[in-house]
Design a protein around this ligand. Structure first.
Ligand SMILES: [Zn+2]
Length: 416
């Protein structure tokens, strides 16, 4: 199983927007860009919403059937580890092995020694394919990086083997993620990590490093876009080098996590992909749930009231809701509108505050982040929330498709 050059992670908290999301990719295909859909949902999300990995498989199969999607599509066991992988087996065909917790952990000394030796065959100075620049690797630096990352690579290998035993070789896509950690990985570190994965026979097809700058949920990138450009371009070049030199799968590409709404980075990435002819996987998760809220608000009546009450509850329970996402949200409580103000908003007022349109004065990134993590409240409403989605299917779907296509796909993927 080989992933296409471009793929798009379409998370869906409540499993109701499968077709609306797929329609964005159908529109992309009609306009000349083929992008593989990947339904991703992490163990954390399943726990908060009360769903199971089999539900995601059902949603994906139903959406593909309803939309007559005849190309490959995937169900991603997102951010899995040994403790929670079992529930994802047999229903997923894409596994994101999260080994961030193993970065910096010690690996057996003899293994580290052997790995360092294998790295010493690399030239001291590597000229990366354009526009990657040069990477200098001293023995000292190799030893340092090997010491920091070998345990994580070994963890990925053992998790990969475990999944392979269940699913069979070649029957799933393997992603390795290291993004949920404090420090970004430099291109030279990425090179050594890929070398280690190759030595350990992990057929990695997508790799998710942590980039510098802040990737908060649902809002734009905060950081130095020029620094990101250098890092991203160098990473693309490292991947090309690793494929040629280490024998990793030809499909190997970067995976960008918390990728939704990073509008200031999309032109940077698009240019890099175009220049290198490289592929990309972009993961989104919560952006679609926010479009559900926008759709409900615009529908007015009881649906608008429900959207307002979800915000009011979120305001009261901010600490609890943010806790599992502490590293990926940055909310200034002083910038959040008061509950009574929101209760008096019209549907268009609510939509304008929440919709990610940086050129609009009404857009409020603090409210947007709070609602991003507030899906637990909608989950607690249970059937009431799902019925509201069903009652207002059209307006919700329209916003979901438009958001993914106009704001994400067109800006990011070359060829459209
Ligand atoms: Zn991630």
């Amino acid at each position: 199983m080989q992933i296409k050059k471009y793929s798009f992670g379409i998370g869906d908290r409540f499993g109701r927007q499968g077709s609306a999301q797929l329609n964005a990719l159908i529109k992309a295909r009609e306009n000349g860009c083929r992008i593989a859909p990947v339904w991703n949902k992490s163990h954390r999300e399943h726990q908060i919403v009360g769903t199971s990995p089999a539900d995601v498989r059902t949603e994906a199969d139903n959406a593909a059937g309803a939309c007559k999607w005849s190309e490959p599509y995937y169900v991603d066991a997102d951010h899995i580890c040994k403790d929670n992988v079992d529930g994802f087996l047999k229903v997923s065909n894409f596994f994101t092995l999260d080994v961030a917790d193993y970065i910096g952990k010690p690996a057996p000394q003899d293994q580290v020694g052997r790995f360092i030796e294998s790295c010493l065959t690399l030239p001291e100075e590597i000229s990366l394919p354009q526009p990657g620049g040069k990477i200098r690797l001293t023995g000292e630096r190799i030893a340092e990086v090997a010491g920091k990352y070998l345990a994580a690579a070994r963890r990925a290998a053992s998790l990969y083997k475990y999944i392979e035993n269940s699913e069979g070789k070649g029957n799933f896509i393997t992603e390795v993620s290291m993004d949920e950690t404090d420090e970004p990985q430099t291109p030279e570190e990425l090179l050594i990590i890929l070398k280690a994965l190759a030595e350990l026979d992990v057929p990695v097809q997508t790799i998710a490093p942590k980039f510098s700058g802040s990737f908060y949920k649902g809002i734009d990138y905060i950081g130095d876009t020029e620094a990101f450009r250098r890092e991203f371009d160098a990473d693309l070049a490292v991947i090309r080098y690793a494929v040629e030199e280490f024998g990793l799968p030809r499909e190997l590409k970067l995976s960008i996590h918390s990728g939704s709404d990073k509008f200031s980075l999309y032109p940077v990435m698009k240019a890099g992909l175009q220049h290198c002819g490289a592929g990309l996987h972009l993961k989104t998760a919560g952006t679609t749930w926010l479009e559900e809220l926008i759709g409900l608000a615009l529908a007015g009546g009881y649906a608008l009231e429900m959207a307002a009450e979800i915000y009011c509850s979120a305001l009261e329970r901010m600490e609890e809701l943010c806790e599992p996402y502490a590293a990926v949200v940055d909310i200034d409580p002083d910038r959040l509108p008061a509950a009574n103000e929101v209760r008096n908003w019209s549907g268009p007022d609510y939509a304008a505050a929440l919709r990610h349109d940086p050129s609009s004065n009404a857009y409020n990134p603090h409210l947007r982040q709070l609602l991003h993590v507030a899906y637990k409240i909608a989950a607690e409403l249970g059937e009431g929330y799902l019925d509201a989605l069903d009652d207002n299917r059209e307006v919700v779907a329209e916003n979901v498709t438009k958001n993914l296509y106009d704001r994400h796909i067109v800006r990011l993927f070359p060829g459209i």
